[in-house]
Design a protein around this ligand. Structure first.
Ligand SMILES: Nc1nc2c(ncn2[C@H]2C[C@H](O)[C@@H](COP(=O)(O)OP(=O)(O)OP(=O)(O)O)O2)c(=O)[nH]1
Ligand SMILES: [Mg+2]
Length: 507
């Protein structure tokens, strides 16, 4: 039997903590107004959060960048927000044209969904550590090399080998998207509506589970860790509040993912020009070469990207002509036209794919990204990403900075790791700045962020007196260290590393 699609079931104003019961059904009088107000509150909570502000100084592609024209995670996220809104509006336009909104339970929901999409896009990278994927890599290398057994750290108190194993894997699988869920749920405690939080759950497997085989069912949605053991109960609560099957993704997340793919493809290359790594003549040639190589497309085969749009080659040629014709700032002119024409086509494609697969997207198990299929639009995105990978990320200056970033993050965890090598009693005495505690540890602990310490205290209070309390305490202590390090900006991590290694600090 075909499942009835009713998007209202995936949208709720309900939050984990509410003064009164805010779990009102859709049939409640004035529910739409109530929902709009609650989503407005989500916007305020997100935009005013320190995690958003910290995106200002986090790497998109170029670590420790001083030139503000080159994108940071924050400026990238603003562009993703804009693209996400464009996709959502295009989906509604197409559904309205076909008179399908009511059939899918989407009537009058455009504004609400637009807000959910925008906020998902703006906050999609809040969990990313300093130095992007290299920061992630450094955290995981440290925990894989140094945390091979919990016993080694806390002595012979480990009673449950299975749980210990699960915790080890979980702690060795730091991931920016899982950290975003942790931030929203337990660190910032943003208390967003379940819908808004669900929109950020990009991957659906717990971090302690191994990566599935590529061919396995649901392999794409499980390609990376989606949430940690520490948020597992929360994520189950979220699935249940939205009536989503266990292990499923929220429909809005596909839109956020496509907006991200569309935005950074072009932006990374534009930034490479701003940095002087490539010029527009080189970009034009590289894009043409990559597109033809990827798609085996010959000159005679100028297929349009999608109905009523130009071919990739025509779009590039047009942008190059406009750049040539302008006496000033040729590269902004080039990228302006490349963006205008490409984005239209790519957004149409994302919207078409969403609608074509609306049943499995609604069900939460569509196992692809919207922008990954065998179309020419996907090929255009692949082309942009391919050129960035081959010509930008592999640039010597970028790679040098990445090596430094790795050193900084790995080194910082090392510097703070004495806090993991003491007993729970010692650690708590240290946090309390107790006389009995080691003066060295107390100074280290004094540098941890209050917010992260608070989350540790709350989590350990909950397991106090429970089975496996000792294991859980250690687990949360490791999380605390990962929260602290991953919450730093590039600049803060760099400064902290210099200060603690007494290298180049002002003594
Ligand atoms: N410098 C540098 N940048 C990279 C590298 N790989 C990817 N990037 C950039 C390209 C994009 O601007 C950005 C991709 O963003 P994310 O790190 O969030 O990855 P993505 O969203 O594709 O995947 P995920 O969120 O993990 O599913 O990172 C690399 O090896 N070096
Ligand atoms: Mg990402």
């Amino acid at each position: 039997m075909k499942e009835v699609i009713d998007f209202k079931t995936r949208i709720t104003a309900q939050r984990p903590y509410a003064r009164s019961n805010n779990n009102r059904p859709w049939t409640t009088n004035g529910y739409l107004d109530y929902l709009t107000g609650q989503l407005e509150s989500d916007r305020g909570r997100i935009i005013n959060s320190p995690a958003i502000r910290r995106l200002q100084q986090k790497t998109q592609v170029f670590p420790l960048e001083r030139n503000a024209t080159v994108r940071s995670r924050l400026t990238h996220s603003l562009e993703v927000q804009q693209t996400g809104r464009f996709i959502l509006r295009t989906i509604f336009k197409k559904l309205n044209d076909k008179d399908l909104t009511a059939q899918y339970g989407l009537e009058q929901l455009e504004r609400a969904l637009e807000s959910i999409v925008e906020m998902a896009c703006l906050s999609h990278d809040i969990g990313n550590p300093p130095f992007g994927h290299f920061g992630e890599h450094a955290i995981n290398s440290w925990f894989t090399e140094n945390l091979t057994s919990i016993k080694e750290f806390i002595g012979n108190h480990v009673s449950n080998a299975e749980l210990e194993q699960k915790m080890l894997l979980d702690l060795q699988s730091f991931e920016g998207n899982a950290q975003a869920i942790r931030l929203v749920a337990n660190l910032l405690v943003l208390n967003l509506t379940y819908t808004q939080t669900a929109s950020l759950l990009k991957y659906v497997r717990p971090a302690y589970e191994p990566k599935p085989d590529k061919k396995a069912d649901g392999a794409y949605l499980r390609k990376k860790p989606g949430f940690y053991l520490s948020e597992e109960d929360f994520v189950h609560e979220l699935w249940s509040a939205l009536g989503m099957p266990l292990g499923s993704r929220h429909p809005v997340t596909w839109i956020m993912e496509a907006a991200d793919d569309i935005s950074y493809g072009l932006a990374d290359i534009e930034d490479a020009v701003e940095k002087g790594i490539l010029d527009i003549k080189q970009i034009k040639e590289l894009l043409e070469k990559e597109f033809k190589a990827l798609g085996d497309i010959n000159e005679a085969n100028f297929i349009t990207l999608s109905k009523n749009t130009q071919s990739f080659q025509e779009i590039i040629n047009f942008a190059a002509q406009r750049a040539e014709a302008t006496p000033i700032n040729k590269s902004s002119e080039f990228f302006l036209w490349l963006r205008v024409n490409l984005i239209h086509s790519l957004v149409q494609h994302a919207a078409d794919r969403f609608i074509d697969n609306i049943e499995s997207i609604y069900a939460g198990h569509f196992d692809h990204a919207l922008m990954e299929d065998d179309s020419l639009n996907s090929l255009a995105i692949e082309t942009l990403k391919g050129v960035a990978r081959k010509e930008v990320f592999s640039n010597r200056e970028v790679e040098t900075l990445e090596l430094q970033g790795y050193r900084i993050i790995f080194g910082l965890i090392d510097l703070y790791s004495p806090l993991l090598r003491c007993s729970a009693e010692e650690f708590n005495a240290t946090l309390d700045q107790d006389k009995s505690a080691s003066p060295y540890l107390k100074r280290l602990a004094g540098r941890l962020a209050e917010r992260h310490v608070k989350a540790y205290r709350l989590a350990t209070e909950k397991v106090n007196g429970q089975a496996n309390e000792v294991l859980w305490e250690f687990y949360y202590r490791c999380r605390l260290l990962q929260d602290f390090i991953s919450g730093m900006t590039d600049q803060y991590a760099y400064d902290e590393y210099k200060i603690l290694t007494v290298a180049g600090s002002h003594l």
